[in-house]
Design a protein around this ligand. Sequence first.
Ligand code: 13P
Ligand code: SF4
Length: 337
Amino acid sequence: MVSAEQLYEKLKNIQVGNPICQFTREHCDLLLPTIKKIEDLKREKNAIILVHNYVAPQIYYSVADFTGDSYGLSKKAKESDADVIVFSAVRFMAETAKILNPGKTVLDPNPNGGCSLADGITAADVVRLRKEFPDHTFVCYINTTAEVKAQCDVCVTSSNVNTIIEKIPNNKIYFLPDRLMGENVIADLKSRGINKDIQLWDGTCYVHEEYQPESIDQVRRNFAGVEVLVHPECNSSVVGKADFVGSTSQMLNHVRESERDTFFLLTECGLTGILQSEFPEKVFSGGCTFCKYMKSNSLEDILKVLRDPSPQNIITLDPDIQQRALQCVNRMFDYVG
Ligand code: 13P
Ligand code: SF4
C-alpha cells in the first residue's frame, strides 16, 4: 500500500491551475485511512481497480492496480483473473469491462459518469442508419453504450481507429458517434492516398470540441521548441497543427520518448497533471479543462462500492446485448491484438 509520503511525492508537482488538483502532505495524511480500507477490501474480495488517465490523481496514484487509456484498460479487464473489477472512469468503460467479463462482478463507483459522445446516440439510431446504409461496415468508437456496440460491427478506440478503419476490407464505412474523430481519420487516410466512403454521425466530446487552433499558434509564438500534443477528439484544424496526435496513453508514452522539454497539451487536464508528476524536469501547459464525468470519481465512492454496492453500481447487461457487443469488441482485438 502507498504511504502518505509516497503519495505526496507523486502529487506534489501537479500544478494544473486548479486548487482541487494541488496537494499538501497533510492532505495525503487525511486520505490514508480511506486508502487503507480500500486496500483491505480489495484483498478480501479478490478485486482489482482500473483507473483511467483522466481520473483525479489522488485516486490514480493510490488505489489503482492498472492505469491507462480506454484500450489498455479494456485489455487489462479482458486478461484479469480477479473476481471483482472496479472501474474508476465513466460508464461506457465499466460496461466494456462487463462485456468482456460476463461472469465477473464489474462495479462502477461513478454510475452517473456519462460521456457526451456515448450519450449522443442510441441503439435505435443505429438500427435506422443500418437500413439507410445497408452496404456499410458500422464502426463504433468505444465511447458508446453496450446497446449501441451490439448493433455495430467493429469497436475502435482513439489508439487504433485509423489502423482499423484502414484495415477493414470494405471501402464503405459508417463511423459513429464522434464526427471530429471521423474527420481526422478521413484526413489521415487521404494524406496517405487511401480513399474510403466514410459516413459520420454528428457527435462530439464536449471537452475536446472547445479547443481551437489559435491557441497552438500563440503558444508556438511564445515558446520556441514547444511540442504540441492533442487528442484525436479535437477538430481537424487543431489536429492539423499538432506535432503528435494520440490516445491519452500514447501521449504519455510519446513524452517519455521525446527529447523535447516543453509541451503544450490539448486534452483533459488530468493527463497534464500525470505528466507533471511523471516528468518533473519537463514543462507542461495546456487548457485546464475538466471532464465533469471523469472528475466525479472519488476515493469515498470506491470504498462504498467495495463495501456495499447499490444496484446502480453493479453493471448488468442483457445476455443477448452482451454477446453481440462482445463480438463487436472482439473484432477490435482481432485487428490489433
Ligand atoms: P483514451 O482512450 O485516449 O484514453 O480516451 C478516452 C476518452 O474518453 C477521451 O476523451
Ligand atoms: Fe466523454 Fe469527452 Fe469526457 Fe472523454 S473527455 S469521457 S469523450 S465527455
